[in-house]
Design a protein around this ligand. Structure first.
Ligand code: F0G
Length: 441
């Protein structure tokens, strides 16, 4: 295990409230851990988005940022930094990732068209649907897009019915696993036969580049890998709240002059003026510095090693392996035969130790914020999760009393406890062995 490549200058107290208070707040939150007030949470692993710690230089830039309405100083700084990282002529600011989706897709998606992906984030899928398209996930068993399935799908529906391919770097629906450089290249060469554009959801671009460096391009720097990998794409969109180490913000990148004009005209109506995307000058100053720091190899190396170390603490609990670039995904269905296994598990972990994770698709996800928690926090978390797992026969099932109406999952759903305990499956299904090897920490 390697130590953090930073020291801690500011600390924010956290407190484990009494069990009774945890029970009360869970009841008030309708047994949905998403709805718990953060103030009561001891260790919050509900998301790695916008939750990272800011660096000294980010704070310096926040304080000194100028707050003009148009073309403020931080805009030029952001353009300078982003253009040094991403090989695109136009970089456009939006206030967060999903706004970028909403703006971009207006011009890329037509009714009845498809967007194919290794796995789409749920807001991305919804924004595709909003414009009458359909998002289809075609992941292989490593989190890449399955090239054979992709080709078959294109041949089945016809290339003219496909708006673009969107590769999510890293795959948030599948373990935070990276998309390989090989996969990016194969995808690009297949698509060029059909004239279908390739886009990246680059929200976790720097961790993805770190994995490419480890497994495929060890001689290149992270910055060189990003430039090389992105040169295969027609454009990218991203939330800067993940790899970008920002509290808020997002980007769209393209070389297409016509497209950027349309984006500008629409964005000014729904998000903000061209130079700020609805954000303050200080938000942008922090985002620019965050993006600069996001490609720091020591920081990335520490993050991935910390995640791997964390993953190794779960012992026989079935998690998605290898540990990827954002957190731990527990396969609750493999050992709980209740209707809402991940939410029921999430509730129990909260009650046991004040740790907040959340259901994520088929899994219970513990997303690790950047530069926030020490190994001790994560060790404590793993111990709590293990305790809950060992007593899994006591986990109570939930009954849905109000479905989530956003269509994004169960973020706003409400539950109550079922009266009786559900019969449990205690046999753990064997985890499918992966064919790739992971260097031990
Ligand atoms: N794309 C990916 C791959 C994401 O993981 C997210 C957000 C978004 C787009 C949307 O970005 O939040 O800035 O609008 N993921 C968060 C998470 C919420 O917890 O995984 P946003």
């Amino acid at each position: 295990m390697i130590p953090e490549p930073y020291k801690i200058k500011t600390c924010e107290p956290i407190k484990l409230v009494e069990r009774e208070e945890r029970e009360q707040s869970l009841k008030k939150a309708h047994f949905n851990t998403f709805l718990l007030p953060a103030e009561k949470v001891y260790i919050d692993l509900v998301s790695d988005s916008g939750t990272g710690a800011l660096s000294t230089n980010q704070w310096v830039n926040i304080i000194s940022a100028d707050e003009s309405f148009a073309y403020q100083t931080s805009y030029f700084k952001l353009m300078e930094i982003t253009k040094s990282i991403f090989p695109f002529k136009h970089i456009f600011i939006v206030h967060q990732g999903r706004m970028g989706e909403h703006i971009l897709f207006k011009f890329l998606i037509k009714k009845g068209f498809y967007v194919l992906s290794n796995s789409l984030f749920e807001t991305t899928r919804k924004n595709i649907k909003y414009y009458g398209g359909e998002g289809i996930d075609l992941p292989d068993e490593l989190g890449n897009i399955d090239i054979e399935k992709l080709e078959n799908f294109i041949n089945k529906v016809g290339a003219s019915k496909i708006s673009f391919i969107l590769l999510t770097l890293t795959n948030n629906s599948l373990g935070g696993w990276p998309v390989s450089f090989e996969n990016i290249k194969s995808c690009n060469s297949l698509l060029s036969n059909y004239g279908i554009p390739l886009w990246f959801d680059a929200s976790r671009f720097s961790e993805n580049a770190w994995f490419i460096k480890e497994k495929e391009l060890p001689k290149l720097s992270i910055n060189q890998i990003i430039k090389k990998a992105f040169s295969y794409a027609d454009g990218f969109l991203m939330s800067a709240k993940k790899s970008g180490l920002s509290s808020v913000g997002g980007l769209i990148g393209t070389n297409n002059d016509e497209l950027i004009k349309k984006i500008k005209d629409f964005a000014i109506v729904v998000d903000g003026f061209t130079s700020h995307g609805g954000m303050s000058g200080r938000d942008i100053a922090s985002m620019a510095q965050g993006l600069l720091e996001s490609t720091d190899e020591d920081l990335l190396n520490f993050r991935i090693q910390q995640l791997r170390w964390f993953g190794n603490l779960f012992g026989k609990i079935p998690i998605l392996k290898p540990t990827g670039g954002l957190g731990i995904y527990i396969k609750t269905k493999d050992f709980l035969s209740v209707e809402f296994p991940s939410m029921a598990f999430s509730n129990e972990v909260w009650l046991e130790g004040g740790v907040r994770g959340a259901p994520w698709g088929d899994y219970y996800r513990l997303a690790v914020p950047r530069r926030v928690y020490t190994n001790n926090h994560l060790q404590y978390t793993a111990e709590i999760v293990k305790k809950v797992f060992e007593n899994r026969e006591k986990i109570k099932d939930l009954k849905s009393i109000y479905p989530d109406k956003s269509g994004l999952g169960i973020f706003g759903a409400k539950f109550r406890l079922r009266k009786k305990l559900q019969p449990q499956i205690t046999r753990i299904k064997r985890i499918k062995k992966k064919t790739i090897s992971v260097k031990s920490v």
